[in-house]
Design a protein around this ligand. Sequence first.
Ligand SMILES: [Zn+2]
Length: 410
Amino acid sequence: MKVAAHDPSLDKIKLGSVWYADIVATDMQQVQSVVVDIDLNNMSRWELDHMRVALGFTATYTVQDDENIATIVITRTGKNDTAGEGTLVSMPIRTWELKTGYTYESGTKNGKPAFTYKQFRDMKEFWPVDISMEIDRGLVTFVDGTTDTFSGEGPQVDTESYKMAKDMISTVEGKAYYDVWDGGHIHTAAALPDQAATCTEDGYTGRTYCESCNSVVDWGTAIPAGTYLFGEDGVLVGPGDAAVVASGSCGENATWTLYDSGMLEIGGTGAVSDYESQLVTPWVGYRDQIKSIEIGAGITSIGRYAFSHLYECTSITFAEGSKLEKIEVTGFYYDFQVTSVVLPETVRSIGVLAFGNMYGLTDLYVPQGVSMIGDNAFRGSGQVTLSVAAGSYAELYAVNQNIAHISRDK
Ligand SMILES: [Zn+2]
């Protein structure tokens, strides 16, 4: 067991940004539960309501405010397919930020606005600010009932205010940094689209995010993930009528869940992985059970062979607000029972054979913004009529390839 920086490449992070430390298990399959006390330096703030917890585990926490020590309890509640090392929990920590514009209750500045970032920089009395922590006590219980302990120094990261002013300006490198430094970061908070909850992940409304420091500014209101029960075999069983057959990860931040209704739900964010063939996808053992695919709004690309050769699948749908941009080579190849697909407006690129050998496909809506369609993208799908925007790249492609199409206004 160890506690490590989620992204060790980060350094001199911006004041007020969120940084993640991970609790990492050497062998995920062995972990039954973990209890750990972590003492965080007092300038930093735990934001543990927003911990990310590995599939098949739950985590709770308490914080002793005076010491800033968090006690985190992680418990296995189901299955997690990660082999070897894996992250049990990612803990968000907000680094210190200068409170600009407030007025002192007492003292010489009473009634006047206090520091600005520029003043903070110019007064040459600032101090080094970092995030650092100490693991006071860690106890891991393994599935076989044995236990182990761990403790020691945790990860550390410097902020943009990484030295005392006098130390900074006494070196050439420090002086150069000081001269261009604005004295502290000010968020530019923009609203994020609301995210619906899935059975494993919380959703949220009203969240804001600062691109400049890659941090949530206001976490908004959480929508709790579905509450599910687990059967004796460790397989997730839903409280409703849709029981989970299997689930796991299918990309760095993408997840899959197969329900006994035959629905394969893809959640999370970013890319669904590329696969060497349809025989090495995470759901290969369940291919004959997959009747529909629902792709969540956070997914941006669909990997090679990801959903190909799903012979029982009759429906492919994309969540409202989908951010999908790219369908890789052979993404939906050979899904011959699917009759109609409406691609999200955000799609820009369709790979070679992406919709090939879909004998049953009759209608495919191609959004106006598509600017790349690979060779033979629809080869073997002879019944299909593409809906394309007049004057679009897709229209030209359809004309050149002699594919039936209807041109719509936009
Ligand atoms: Zn920011």
